[in-house]
Write a protein that binds this ligand. Sequence first.
Ligand code: GLN
Length: 192
Amino acid sequence: MIGVLALQGDFEAHREALRRAGVEARDVRSADEILASTGLVIPGGESTTLRLLMEGTGIEEAIRALARRGDPLLGTCAGAILLARDVEGPRAEGFGLLPMTVVRNAYGRQLDSAVVRLTDLSPDVLGAEPLEAVFIRAPRISAVDPDVEVLARRDGDPVLVRKGNVTAATFHPELTKDPRVLSVFLSGRGSV
Ligand code: GLN
């Protein structure tokens, strides 16, 4: 049973995308519900708001525990920001579960929201077919440690990355029908 963190943002779309792919999924709103799940999605939304809503709830600790015990964890867009080690623009605290630097709202006004066909993909994991990706006021991954797999890039910047069981996308895979990002997430192995 995969949990979708349902505090704020587009959790409904994630829950439905998982169900369409035949994966059992439910909304989760507490530390206990997170710990009772076998994987977790942190959806897009607004990362500062998400952080505030989590304060004092034990949710951050539950997410860390889930990641440590090796269950798959996916953060998309604002969720990716929360997973990062370093957050810039403005500077903020990430959970540090993925050793990467993200810059919030980095694509500027003109480019802030776009549908892009990604062609720079890791063929072993994603195959050769271009991946349609919806970016909405997306963060930019500006640096990753060498132990982070970069699975897709947009104009040279990583947009889908994974380390062990922790996956992050700066776009919104729940808004397209392509199941490949879900497979990447669900097949993430290892622990942080
Ligand atoms: N710009 C948002 C933030 O900084 C993320 C946008 C999104 O999740 N679609 O949190």
